[in-house]
Design a protein around this ligand. Structure first.
Ligand code: NAD
Length: 282
């Protein structure tokens, strides 16, 4: 049996269209500031994509470009200005930052109510406590894909590969909130293949090309591949050996075109959410 392909591009396009309709009814344009420090080419591509996608749904996006030698203090001063700017509903600092800047200090400098990446410790704590908050975009996108694919979470064995603060950990918390039985594995896990074989749902976010083999997957399991890896020959692949997995899984996301497009769409959704919360309380 061949797995059903979960089309992240289509789900993301539908979410963007819904957001555009919602924004069109608002008496104001939500504002998003994207801060880019330095000239890392991959970051520049991501930032351009975010800017374009935001403007396309009616969000007023502004990219703040700062030189690579910007000090931590200067960056935090810029963020303070954006925090105080009432037209800015969302603030995102593109990571990674140059080595002279401590990312954690910068993440903590963003107003938690404008933290559309959901990386501020207050938002992470709220998520862990089950309170409403701005939730990191990539795991939110994965939850939407699981919902779209009609995957039942309650009681399911869900395996998250990776424990980063950006993807793996919040992913585990969201699956737990959805009543799955959650296992989070990482580089010190003893038997990754055995953990995978037990799972009804696998979310792979290790950043290791084709780490998850087809014979690690339980027949009919749902596989969401968050990994984005460039091979030496230039091909883009996920953390799952797709050609093998597609023969065994029940449903699977491709790379590209699976989890990737959802991240930006969820960032736009977080911006609209932040705008509505701020402007109704302000
Ligand atoms: P990270 O490097 O911060 O974390 C990787 C995690 O995977 C670590 O916790 C590590 O312990 C675990 N890991 C690594 N190798 C492993 C192995 N062999 N076995 C078990 N666990 C292992 O990476 P990240 O920022 O969480 O990103 C993970 C992947 O997801 C990357 O490929 C990244 O490019 C991709 N990503 C995609 C999107 C998107 O929008 N699609 C967004 C964020 C990250």
């Amino acid at each position: 049996m061949t797995a059903r392909i979960i089309d992240g591009k289509a789900v993301a396009a539908a979410l963007r269209a819904k957001l555009a309709r919602q924004v069109a009814t608002l008496p104001f344009r939500p504002g998003l500031a994207v801060v880019l420090v330095g000239d890392d080419p991959a970051s520049a591509i991501y930032v351009r994509a975010k800017d374009r996608a935001a403007n396309a749904v009616g969000i007023a996006a502004r990219t703040v470009r700062l030189p690579a030698d910007t000090s931590e203090e200067a960056l935090i001063t810029h963020i303070a200005r954006l925090n105080a700017d009432p037209s800015m509903d969302g603030i995102l600092v593109q990571l990674p930052l140059p080595p002279q800047i401590a990312s954690q200090a910068v993440v903590e400098a963003v107003d938690p109510d404008k933290d559309v990446d959901g990386f501020h410790p207050l938002n992470i704590g709220r998520l862990a406590s089950g309170y409403p908050c701005l939730v990191p975009c990539t795991p939110t996108g994965v939850m939407k894909l699981l919902a779209e694919a009609g995957v039942a979470l309650e009681g399911a064995h869900a395996l998250v590969i990776g424990r980063s603060t950006i993807v793996g950990r919040p992913m585990g918390m969201l699956l737990l909130a959805g009543h799955a039985t959650v296992t989070v594995v990482h580089t010190r896990t003893r038997d990754l293949a055995a953990e995978c074989r037990r799972a009804d749902i696998i979310v792979a976010a290790a950043g290791r090309p084709q780490l998850v083999r087809g014979d690690w997957i339980a027949p009919g399991a749902t596989v969401i591949d968050v990994g984005v890896n460039r091979l030496p020959d230039g091909r883009l692949v996920g953390d799952v050996a797709f050609a093998e997995a597609v023969e065994i899984a029940g449903a699977i996301t491709p790379v590209p075109g699976g989890a990737g497009p959802m991240t930006i769409a969820c960032l736009l959704e977080n911006t609209v959410t932040a705008a509505l919360r701020r402007r109704s309380s302000g």
